[in-house]
Design a protein. Structure first.
Length: 199
């Protein structure tokens, strides 16, 4: 799955985002790699094919395993975000997928949807969140604040680069939109960037 930084960056003891056009999260000793696109030379043009698969990499045995969760999985996509949410007394550990796009070049479809993977039951669930969802986008940044709020910042669509912030309260699955943060010096600050929380 999509989003990433140009270099590895540790966000917490349990979470790491890796470079490239994919999304990888680390939970304890296992990396979870969500679908992205292919550069296989078998295809005439790179990244014409999007995937919806989910892989786990055990960092002790150095082995990949293809996972087959039940439920309604996200449509094939790339350039999205995947955010790990720790278990609580009321919710199991979860992986939240937001945004990205499917298709290729002129046929791209940008998403503003949410999907949740229960990491205990391994079931995908599409989330119908309350409030106004962010406009469809890809190459945005996402980070979890205090384990309770998922912040989505920036990104792009076919015709626009964003500098807005949207907050999802993960317990109630309700969106709140915050005002734009003002124009940065260069539009690249809003696309293919990263955000992290510091104490």
């Amino acid at each position: 799955m999509v989003f990433c930084t140009a270099h590895s960056r540790s966000l917490s003891s349990n979470l790491r985002l890796l470079g490239g056009r994919q999304c990888v999260v680390c939970l304890r000793a296992t990396l979870y790699r969500c679908a992205c696109c292919t550069n296989d030379p078998e295809y005439v043009l790179a990244c014409q094919v999007r995937f919806d698969d989910l892989w786990a990499f055990d960092i002790h045995s150095a082995a990949w395993t293809l996972l087959e969760p039940d439920g309604a999985r996200p449509p094939p996509r790339a350039h999205h975000t995947a955010t790990f949410i720790e278990s609580t007394s009321t919710h199991p550990a979860r992986l939240l997928i937001f945004g990205g796009y499917g298709g290729y070049r002129g046929a791209r479809t940008f998403f503003s949807d949410l999907f949740c993977l229960d990491l205990e039951s391994m079931v995908w669930t599409p989330i119908q969140a309350l409030g106004d969802a962010p406009p469809p986008r890809a190459d945005h940044a996402a980070c979890l604040i205090d384990g309770k709020f998922l912040a989505i910042f920036g990104g792009r669509s076919t015709s626009e680069y964003f500098n807005d912030i949207h907050i999802l309260q993960v317990d109630t699955m309700q969106w709140t939109t915050h005002k734009k943060m003002g124009n940065p010096h260069h539009w690249l600050a809003l696309c293919s960037h990263c955000v992290e929380v510091r104490p």
